[in-house]
Ligand binder design. Structure first.
Ligand code: SAH
Ligand code: SF4
Length: 397
């Protein structure tokens, strides 16, 4: 089986999401929305009159205090705790391995149901700590410069597996507050920001990503502001408006080219939603989501998209959109058909964009020694690579 490409198969989002309830086992509460948790507690025999309060209590134990054992939920009657423990579990995906880079970046390899693996990266900075999470195993899209896009195996993560990545990082960072002791916040958070920039296209797994991010934002739990969550998309236009309405987080878009001809090759979904259609959707985003700037991600590929003319065309295209341009020096991977632009070229490009009035930070590659940088993530269970020839053919080279 090969990964679907535009040439061989229609772009699809009909991916199987593993059901939350496995045939025999108990039901996992992690990843349920408040409404789903309410239904589950009712089914488990919670009296209708009490259910609202019980949802709040259980929610707080799971998402505010990080408790995994019903026996520790001391504000619930003992018999009720036992009743819950019979039917439910509070389970996270399992950390298979953890690597720590010389620069402090941590990369976790995480095993999810079915034995698949995804990668999660924690990036500490002086004023924040960002967790880069995955939304799918692999990706159905085949951006020609992206390692994840060469992975054959694909499935959507459940909401529990998505929020589970945040929870297991908090476990590893030791960041759950003592139960009952304020919010536990005595200083800046270690995990203060989430970016959906790991493996997968988040907007091809919209419902699960939305539900997981709602949990992350819930004020009686992990409580991250929607301005501390950034969703990166390759440009799935119909879902962009839904993201504004139903999640309201910050948006980043993998723009990467200034003509349809080049973008078709780099980001093949451009053949379905081209630059003009994408920009129309982006113009609406800040109004509907009431958020600030959109981040335009732009990977710097030598002799492909990095000329002064490209920089000037980019400025023209995004005119009128509150924007920041994030220049990403290409992170090479074995067999990649591209090279990173020279440093002075990247600086010159940044300079042109900056002079036009846009912030144009150059993303410093982090965790390079552990292959934790953007677009390098690829699960360990699925090492089979496409051949160089296949990759080049898909890149239209
Ligand atoms: N699927 C989503 C989010 C994941 S990738 C998306 O495409 O937006 C996060 C960012 O890293 C995207 O902008 C992606 O285009 C970029 N990226 C992928 N591979 C890369 C590589 N090898 N070097 C640099 N950036 C890369
Ligand atoms: Fe998928 Fe994003 Fe990689 Fe493209 S850049 S293949 S959309 S993960």
């Amino acid at each position: 089986m090969t990964a679907p490409s535009e040439a061989t198969a229609p772009i699809t989002q009909d991916l199987l999401t593993i059901p939350r309830k496995l045939p025999e086992g108990p039901v996992n509460l992690v990843g349920m929305t408040r409404a789903q948790l309410k239904d589950a507690l009712l089914e488990a025999g919670t009296p209708e009159k009490q259910v609202k309060m019980r949802v709040n209590q259980v929610w707080q134990w799971i998402y505010q205090w990080g408790v995994r054992d019903f026996a520790e939920m001391t504000n619930l009657a003992k018999a009720y705790r036992a009743q819950l423990a019979e039917r439910f579990v509070i389970e996270l995906p399992e950390i298979v391995s953890k690597q720590v880079s010389a620069d402090g970046t941590r990369k976790y390899l995480v095993r999810i149901a079915g034995g698949h693996e995804v990668e999660v990266v924690y990036i500490p900075e002086s004023d924040r700590g960002t967790l880069c999470i995955s939304s799918q195993v692999g990706c159905t899209l085949t951006c020609s410069f992206c390692h994840t896009g060469t992975q054959k195996l694909v499935r959507n993560l459940t909401a529990g597996e998505i929020i589970g990545q945040v929870m297991l990082a908090r476990d590893d960072l030791g960041e759950w507050p003592e139960p009952g002791v304020g919010t536990g916040e005595s200083g800046p958070r270690l995990l203060s920001n989430i970016v959906l920039m790991g493996m997968g296209e988040p907007l091809y797994n919209f419902e699960n990503v939305r539900d997981a991010m709602k949990i992350a934002m819930d004020p009686e739990g992990i409580s991250l502001s929607r301005r501390r969550i950034t969703l990166s998309t390759s440009g799935i236009v119909p879902e962009i408006a839904k993201t504004a309405e139903e999640i309201g987080c910050l948006l980043a878009v993998s723009f990467h080219a200034t003509t349809d001809e080049v973008r078709d090759k780099l980001v093949p979904i451009n053949k379905k939603y081209n630059i003009e259609v994408l920009l129309d959707a982006l113009r609406e985003y800040p109004k509907v989501s009431n958020s600030e700037r959109i981040t335009f991600e732009y990977v710097m590929l030598k002799d492909v998209n990095d000329t002064d003319e490209d920089a000037r065309r980019l400025i023209k295209l995004i005119k009128g959109i509150p924007a920041k341009i994030n220049l990403i020096p290409f992170n090479p991977w074995p067999g990649a058909p591209y090279e990173r632009s020279d440093w002075d070229r990247i600086e010159r490009f940044a300079d042109i964009v900056h002079k036009a009035g846009y912030a144009s930070p150059i993303r410093t590659p982090r965790g390079e020694d552990i292959m934790a940088a953007c677009g390098q993530l690829k699960s360990a269970t699925e090492r089979a690579r496409k051949t160089k020839a296949q990759i080049a053919a898909e890149a239209g080279l």
